[in-house]
Design a protein around this ligand. Structure first.
Ligand code: GAR
Length: 194
């Protein structure tokens, strides 16, 4: 069975969507990784008996924080897929090299438009006629990695931001579990062939 971890920093609605769709299929992550101990994603993981690994960036360098996490992850065995779901830290090239080509992210805009941590607000505040989401591999840039899938919709100029935001999240919650499932199945298939 392919092994994966989820990283989240906040509300965790995408994390929740992943668990709700994939857990009944027997696909549960090894752990939730978070840099925010009090966030809702951590509470949801604990309530659902998913181990939580906390990253503490305080008073140490990013690489030290990442090294501590890598040590913890090693105890869980071979991680095949790292799923960023609202993780609001930039991972170093060193960390990315520990999981080459197997870290994915979800972003609430049609990349390459509106990268970065304010992607949703930037996207809503723009004059763009189409809005949407992107799921992509993570590379050393900020939201610049190879795109796996995007979904867009035509914006109604009269539609309020909260309604547009709800549409964007609904797309995220539907698409991300499907993408993760597809990747996990690919790992499982190649394992079966070996
Ligand atoms: C999601 O909309 C995700 O696309 C975004 O953070 C939100 C997390 O929501 N990610 C980024 O902006 C990454 N740059 P959630 O905690 O409810 O899943």
């Amino acid at each position: 069975m392919a092994s994966w971890v989820v990283f989240a920093s906040g509300t965790g609605t995408n994390f929740r969507a992943l668990i709700e769709v994939l857990s009944p299929l027997g696909k549960r992550p090894l752990a939730l990784v978070s840099d925010v101990p009090a966030c809702s994603a951590v509470t949801y993981a604990k309530d659902n008996k998913i181990p939580v690994l906390l990253m503490n960036y305080q008073g140490i360098t990013r690489m030290q924080a990442e090294n501590k996490l890598l040590d913890q992850l090693e105890r869980f065995g071979n991680v095949q897929l790292v799923v960023l779901a609202g993780f609001m830290r930039v991972l170093s090239p060193y960390f990315l090299n520990s999981f080459p080509g197997t870290i994915i992210n979800i972003h609430p805009s049609l990349l390459p438009r509106h990268p970065g941590r304010n992607g949703l607000a930037d996207s809503l505040g723009s004059q763009d006629e189409e809005l949407g989401i992107t799921i992509h591999y993570v590379d050393e840039g900020v939201d610049t990695g190879k795109i796996i899938v995007q979904e867009s919709f035509v914006r109604d100029a009269q539609e309020p931001f909260d309604s547009l935001e709800a549409k964007i999240h609904a797309i995220e919650h539907r698409l991300y579990p499907q993408v993760v499932l597809g990747l996990l199945n690919r790992f499982d298939t190649s394992e079966a062939l070996n």
